[in-house]
Every structure is written in C-alpha cells, then in structure tokens.
Design a binder for this molecule. Structure first.
Ligand SMILES: NC(=O)c1ccc[n+]([C@@H]2O[C@H](COP(=O)([O-])OP(=O)(O)OC[C@H]3O[C@@H](n4cnc5c(N)ncnc54)[C@H](OP(=O)(O)O)[C@@H]3O)[C@@H](O)[C@H]2O)c1
Length: 344
C-alpha cells in the first residue's frame, strides 16, 4: 500500500494524542510531523511512554509552525488546536496544497455573522468558510470525498445530530419542541490547567454550564435548520461529570400528529442501517458510555412517552473518538480513498 505523509498540529493535546493512537495503526499513514510548543525537540515516546515501541515513537515534536509542516512533505494535516487558532495554519497549508482536517469549531459555521454572535469576535478567515465541508460522514460523505478543508464536528453536535436528523428529515417531530441535555467527561475541556477542571473541583461533582447559549448550539442549529428547511432553535444544557472521557445525551421532542414509535424506529433504521459506526439500540436498549468508550461508535436508543406525547432519544459517544479524533480519521479515510473503518 502506498503511504501518505501526514502531520498532526497540536499533537500533544487530548485529541492530538488520540489521533496519534489511531494513526499509528493506520496502514496507509506515514506520520512525518507532529507539533507541540512545549515538547518541541522531544520524541513522542519520551513524552507519552504509552507509544514507546510503537511505530513513530521516535518522531520528534516540532514547534507549531505552518512552514515546518509544509517542509515535512505532509499531504494531509490534522489541526487539533484550541479554538481560534486553526486559520493561522489552515490558510498556508491549503495554499501549499495540503488537505486539512480541523477538529476545532473554527470552520464549522457557514455564516460569519453567526460565528460572531456565538464566539464574540469577527471570524478571522471568513473566506475559508465557504470552502469547508462539515465533516459528519453520515451526512456529508460525498462532499467530504473531494474537499480540501474539513471542519470536523464537535462532540455535543455529533451526539445530538445523529439521533435527531432522521426524525427531522421525515418531519416526525415538532422542530420547535427540541430540548437536549448532555453529560460530558472532563477531557472534553482539553488538556489545560484551569481551576474548574482540577481533580478536586470535578471529582464527585456534576454541574451544568454554558446555559442558555453554549457555543456548539450554533452548529447544531445550522445543521438542523438545513434539514428542516426552516429556522430551528433548540434548548441545550451541557453538564460536566467526573469521567475522563465519554458523553451521554438525552433529547426530548414532541411527536407530530399520528406519529408513533414504529415511525421513529423506521426513520432511524432507514437512515443509519448501513452506517458502520451507528449502533441502534432500539426502544428497549440503552446508550451507555461504557459501551462506546475508546471506540468510534455512537449508540442510539429511544422511547415513546405516551403521557407527554414526546419521543426521548438517548445517545452515547466517546468525546475523543466519535466526538473528535475518530470522526476526523473517518473523514481522512474518505478523503484518501481508504475503507472508512480503517484504523477505527
Ligand atoms: N477534547 C475533546 O473532547 C474535543 C472534542 C471535539 C473537538 N475538540 C476540539 O479539538 C481541538 C483540540 O482540543 P483538545 O481537547 O485536544 O485541546 P488540548 O488538549 O488543549 O490540546 C491543544 C493542543 O494545541 C497546542 N496548542 C495550544 N495552544 C497553542 C498555540 N497558541 N499555538 C499552537 N499550538 C497550541 C497544544 O500543545 P502546546 O501547548 O505544547 O503547543 C496541544 O497540543 C479544540 O479546538 C477542541 O474544541 C475537542
């Protein structure tokens, strides 16, 4: 198999490390550049002993510099950087002919005004927004195949969109009635030192945050609006829970007139029956974090509540895999022409 040269920018963070874990076992990948400012000059194996003895363990981190990524000969680059930095790398890498998969929220929104509304600053590179493809393979596989810039979705949006979209497509629910709540492990906040994420602050605690206008609402509503063909606004309550990784989401919505549980099951099955990473757990199963941790699966279960006339959708993902790096590798496989499940 021909190998392609790949770079990971921001390779020392949580999603960067997860990318390394997946790319190490990808038979088509030659990792040629990994960046980190704090670990520049040290090898992957030194910094992260779990990679010792594995392919690429002796590759040294370089400082985070777009010119160094281009000079490495990489043809594909993953960007796993904190919010707001991706454009500094994406623009020069795209100019140099690389295909870029960005894990941040920087290129997920089509409308720069919505970006400014939710992120509080003008978009730094609006010209790239029209070029990017929202990297949810279950929805945009054909667009991903030919894209040069992939905006890989966030973990909350993935956990909400995949259960909801089949029901929206078939107009089985009232789009004005959607309420979602998610529980996220602490790695969702990244590998940074902030008091809120210290062990003693998170352990034995659970708290809601980002209410009522979490930033990820912007991309969730963008995608639901596209499917519904009318503006969709939803209520969303994210929570931080004391797990290293994993995300559980529960969504409530009013069923349309005459819609029953069979219609719900039929829509989800029809939409996702051929998807390699969507597991439908049905109206008696459950969506548990422990069953998806360290995997690229999303588990989806559902119930009908005849007392309220609502459907309850439940999903579980690993925020670092289907919610970040696994999904990015899934898109990379589509871009590169590999089977979508390779390394996953
Ligand atoms: N964590 C998740 O569950 C998750 C899920 C979905 C999407 N995402 C998105 O993925 C991106 C990365 O998230 P993460 O959780 O992996 O973050 P993280 O753990 O904080 O890692 C950030 C990485 O970027 C580097 N970095 C930080 N500041 C930099 C700067 N100013 N210039 C260049 N490099 C810099 C860091 O290394 P050095 O400091 O050594 O340079 C590190 O390698 C974020 O945009 C996040 O929103 C994360």
């Amino acid at each position: 198999m021909n190998l392609v040269n790949v770079a990971v920018v921001g390779a020392s963070g949580y999603s960067g490390q997860e990318l390394l874990r997946l790319l190490v076992r990808h038979p088509g990948v030659e990792l040629v550049c990994v960046t980190s400012r704090q670990y520049a000059g040290r090898t992957i194996g030194e910094v992260y002993p779990r990679f010792e003895g594995r392919k690429f363990a002796r590759l040294k981190f370089t400082g985070s510099d777009a010119a160094a990524v281009v000079a490495s000969g990489a043809r594909f680059a993953f960007l796993a950087l904190p919010h707001g930095l991706a454009h500094e790398y994406a623009a020069p890498l795209l100019d140099a002919g690389l295909r870029v998969i960005d894990l941040s929220a920087d290129f997920r929104l089509k409308d720069p005004a919505v970006y400014e509304d939710f992120y509080g600053v003008a978009h730094p590179a609006p010209q790239l927004l029209s070029r990017s493809v929202y990297g949810l393979p279950e929805l945009y596989r054909d667009h991903i195949r030919t894209a040069s810039l992939i905006a890989s979705p966030g973990c909350y949006p993935t956990s909400i969109l995949l259960p909801l979209i089949p029901l929206m497509r078939q107009r089985l629910i009232d789009p004005k009635s959607i309420v979602a709540a998610s529980l996220s492990g602490v790695s969702g906040a990244g590998r940074k030192t902030e008091v809120d994420y210290l062990f003693c602050e998170c352990n034995e605690d659970a708290r809601a945050y980002g209410i009522p206008k979490h930033r990820h609402l912007s991309e969730i509503e963008q995608e639901l609006t596209t499917v519904a063909g009318e503006p969709v606004v939803i209520s969303f309550a994210p929570h931080l829970i004391p797990l290293n990784r994993g995300m559980a989401t529960t969504i409530h919505a009013n069923l349309g007139p005459g819609v029953g549980i069979r219609d719900i099951a039929g829509a989800l099955t029809e939409a996702w029956k051929s998807e390699p990473f969507v597991r439908l757990k049905g109206e008696t199963g459950s969506a548990d974090i422990k069953n998806v941790a360290h995997t690229n699966f999303i588990d989806i279960a559902w119930r009908h509540d005849p007392r309220t006339g609502r459907v309850v959708l439940m999903s579980a993902i690993d925020n670092l895999v289907k919610g970040a790096s696994g999904q990015a590798v899934q898109s990379f496989n589509i871009l590169g022409g590999w089977a979508e499940t390779v390394a996953l």
